[in-house]
Write a protein that binds this ligand. Structure first.
Ligand SMILES: *Cc1c(COP(=O)(O)O)cnc(C)c1O
Length: 400
């Protein structure tokens, strides 16, 4: 496969505003005028390029941001949404109908897990959770009713790498759509190039990067994105998770530093992961040579953006995790907060927060320990300072 540089692809796309302003003008309108009733009528019948009807359907700034995301993921088309969950739920509900089945990776974001486990059954859509690392388990779970295989490219919170090319082969041979959540690894992994059919993101995280809003996107082929906005049958059109255009404009500006941020997040995370390993802590980071996903990650990643900014550390018990989280915030390592992709380091205990939707017994099966701390490593100019602070905290509570 030819090398792909998502940052070049984004920067090759030149758009400007009505007056040549270097940032495209913000669409401050919910609705658009037509020169004639006939033109309005035509627009309802067929999408007309460059012609806008109503902002829940499309507006110019959301279109600019969507086109940028399509370039990021090397997709034909994309659509922005008001949240990551809005993207995930719309994409899945567009494909599935009552009676259908989904096969999902079992270690996924808690909100997605809850949507699959508790919400979709109301519509008679059944989700089977499997260990995606075991391809046999995936194949065995497939039935004639399977319409979607769902995975996260870098899974939350254990940072397992999904073998997208292998899963895609299985999906393609059975006519099943592979949907991949790429929230943890924008720039680093290009799931569509590896065989996925649809990519979803929570742009709330790295893509926006400033933790000031919630947003999402869906990237796929033109046909699928058009089906989402169909006025009669499209999931985003009819469920309505539309991104506000002021936000779309601010995200579009942030996206242009994404490649620099990803490099720095990755560099800092790799440094800390190596140091944690030297301290003989149980660290999960797929950029460590000792990590079981290291080889696969290297095979499928784009060059130049590192291994990502997420680290998980297993301290064995919730009591210890709680102590470390409290002390790290006091020592200004970063914030005790859920979410990720912020310029400051964020840390939380997934078993008691972002994965708490997953029952305890299942958490155990997944290897998700109570004492697991998830770090989203920040953009610290000198990460050794953060390391010294973390080390002091660890020493104080006799963890090293
Ligand atoms: C946060 C997150 C989501 C949900 O996104 P929202 O923007 O909060 O709706 C989905 N998947 C992953 C991997 C996430 O981290």
């Amino acid at each position: 496969m030819k090398k792909f540089d998502p940052s070049t692809s984004i920067h090759d796309y030149l758009v400007f505003g009505e007056f040549g302003d270097v940032n495209p003008s913000i669409t401050d309108s919910s609705t658009f005028t037509f020169m004639s009733p006939k033109a309005m009528n035509d627009s309802f019948q067929n999408d007309i390029e460059g012609c806008f009807l109503y902002s829940r359907h499309w507006n110019p700034i959301n279109k600019f941001l969507s086109d940028t995301l399509a370039r990021l993921e090397d997709a034909e088309a994309a659509q922005v949404t008001a949240s990551g969950m809005g993207a995930i739920s719309s994409a899945v509900m567009q494909i599935c109908q009552a009676g259908d089945e989904i096969i999902s990776e079992r270690t996924i974001y808690g909100g997605t897990y809850a949507f699959f486990k508790n919400f979709l059954p109301k519509f008679d859509i059944k989700v089977k959770f499997v260990d995606m690392q075991n391809l046999d388990h995936v194949e065995k779970a497939i039935t004639d009713k399977t319409k979607v295989i769902y995975a996260e490219s870098v899974s939350n919170p254990l940072l397992e790498i999904t073998d997208i090319p292998a899963i895609s082969k299985i999906a393609k041979s059975r006519g099943i759509k592979l949907v991949v959540d790429n929230t943890f690894s924008p720039m680093i992994i290009s799931p569509l190039r590896l065989g996925a059919d649809i990519v979803v993101h929570s742009m709330t995280k790295y893509i926006n990067g400033t933790s000031d809003c919630v947003a999402g996107c869906i990237c796929s082929n033109r046909e699928f994105i058009e089906s989402l906005v169909d006025v009669n049958s499209g999931a985003t059109m009819l469920l309505g998770p539309v991104l506000d255009s002021l936000r779309a404009a601010s995200i579009l500006k942030n996206i242009h530093t994404l490649h620099i941020r990803m490099k720095k997040h990755s560099e800092n995370a790799l440094y800390l992961a190596k140091e944690f390993e030297k301290l003989k802590l149980k660290v999960y980071y797929p950029g460590l040579k000792s990590n079981k996903h290291y080889k696969l990650y290297n095979e499928i990643m784009n060059e130049g953006f590192g291994y990502g900014g997420m680290i998980a550390l297993d301290l064995g018990s919730y009591e210890k995790a709680e102590k470390l989280l409290t002390r790290m915030q006091e020592e200004k390592v970063g914030y005790l907060a859920v979410s990720l992709g912020y310029f400051k380091t964020l840390f939380s205990c997934p078993g008691h927060s972002t994965s708490s939707e997953i029952p305890e017994e299942e958490q155990k099966q997944m290897g998700l320990s109570e004492g697991l701390i998830r770090f989203s490593i920040g953009l610290d100019n000198d990460i050794t300072i953060a390391y010294e602070r973390i080390k002091n905290c660890l020493e104080e509570i006799s963890l090293i």
